[in-house]
Design a binder for this molecule. Structure first.
Ligand SMILES: [Fe+2]
Length: 412
């Protein structure tokens, strides 16, 4: 988790801001304005929006001499903050061919220069806290940039390659085991000495019955057994809403799986690749995760079960994990963090005693606590120092364009 001290503020800020631009570097100029579905935002929009966040929530309220870059950018690049004013509709972000990419990059550098002055001069606790939120916010968008770029390129029938050296095949042991937990009264939620979003507080107690988690996430090979056994054709595995959804939308395999001449392929950022059976399954909906768990006569984890296990794994697997070091992945639960988001059985709800932040930043998390599921663990696309054991991601049940996968659980 990024910890900001006055002496590393400038360095951390520059590092994270340039990582965002690095993600866009392999793109062609035409790729930057593309929005192939409502949930996806064009890369150019992300580049501008994360800069607007610093402008709106830090520069405007805290720097008296600050002059905004453009009077139109608040309308174009506000995502969902009603308290800040009206905005351009999300599904039409791909219509914004102007400002050009060059202007958006100029905007980024204008914001960076203004922020640098603030980073070296003002050190109030509230400004520091907002800078920290702004940087974690930018890291969230770095992940969205990856998933949105992937979706947009996938919609091109030639299946272009983003980076031929980027492997999404995270492999682990072929035979999973079960890791058992006694449960009892456990502490859940962020500790107050570290950065966390408001939805991870307050830390509170939760009673867990004895349970087990599978030692690794579900693989493509596991899931292929479900497909081959007619999993998508048997309603008894499916939630009613899920069954209706897959029929209506004709979803009978994970999002990026394609069958060609009887063989399965998967679209990745390195282009179309043969399915790796030992790779971790990704890009499935909550409906598919739940149906697979039912097929295996198991269930998905409760988020408190996941977090209780994850707190015990820390710090061994935390941050050590990277895709070139599969040794960690061979450990039981070695893929808890940073491989794939794991759907939990829990609806995204406030913790007991939750209080949203005051002001517009209170819209960051709290207003989405309805009709979404919690996901845990972070994915390959999540910046490593953004992941934490208490992190609660959330998406609607039919979402598939994030790197979402399955860890099985069962009650003992
Ligand atoms: Fe945002």
């Amino acid at each position: 988790v990024i910890t900001l001290k006055p002496n590393n503020l400038v360095e951390k800020f520059q590092e994270i801001r340039s990582q965002t631009e690095d993600i866009c570097r392999p793109l062609e100029i035409e790729d930057h304005t593309l929005q192939c579905m409502d949930d996806v935002s064009p890369p150019k929009w992300h580049l501008a929006h994360v800069s607007w966040f610093f402008e709106e929530f830090i520069l405007k309220p805290y720097v008296e001499s600050y002059r905004e870059f453009s009077a139109e950018f608040g309308f174009l690049f506000n995502s969902y903050y009603n308290a800040v004013g009206v905005r351009h509709p999300r599904p039409k972000r791909g219509h914004i061919s102007r400002p050009t990419l060059k202007t958006v990059l100029d905007y980024r550098h204008y914001i960076d220069n203004n922020m640098k002055d603030l980073l070296v001069s003002a050190q109030s606790t509230e400004i520091m806290r907002r800078i920290q939120i702004g940087l974690h916010h930018e890291q969230q968008h770095q992940e969205l940039l990856c998933t949105d770029i992937k979706y947009n390129l996938f919609c091109n029938p030639t299946y272009p390659t983003y980076n031929s050296e980027l492997s999404e095949n995270i492999c682990g042991p072929s035979v999973p085991t079960w890791c058992n937990y006694e449960g009892g009264l456990v502490d859940i939620g962020a500790k107050s000495d570290t950065f966390a979003y408001d939805n991870e507080f307050p830390r509170h107690q939760k009673f867990l019955a004895p349970y087990a988690l599978e030692s690794r996430m579900v693989t493509n090979g596991d899931y292929l057994q479900f497909i081959d056994a007619g999993g998508y054709q048997h309603s008894e595995f499916w939630l009613s809403e899920g069954w209706d959804f897959i029929q209506t939308n004709k979803q009978f395999a994970p999002l990026y799986w394609l069958k060609k001449d009887g063989a399965w392929f998967e679209y990745t950022l390195a282009g179309l690749q043969p399915i790796d059976l030992s790779g971790r399954l990704a890009h499935i909906s909550y409906f598919e995760a739940d149906a697979y768990a039912a097929f295996r006569k198991c269930r998905l984890p409760y988020e408190a079960e996941w977090e209780h296990a994850a707190q015990a794994v820390l710090p061994k697997s935390f941050f050590i994990l990277d895709q070139n070091n599969n040794e960690e992945l061979k450990q039981p639960l070695g893929d808890l963090y940073g491989v794939g988001w794991q759907w939990t059985i829990d609806s995204y709800l406030p913790y007991p005693g939750y209080r949203a932040e005051s002001g517009a930043l209170g819209e960051y998390n709290g207003k989405f606590m309805c009709n979404q599921q919690v996901l845990r663990g972070g994915s390959l696309f999540t910046p490593k120092n953004h992941i934490r054991f208490s992190y609660r991601n959330f998406f609607p049940t039919n979402t598939r364009w994030q790197r979402t996968g399955i860890r099985l659980a069962k009650s003992l």
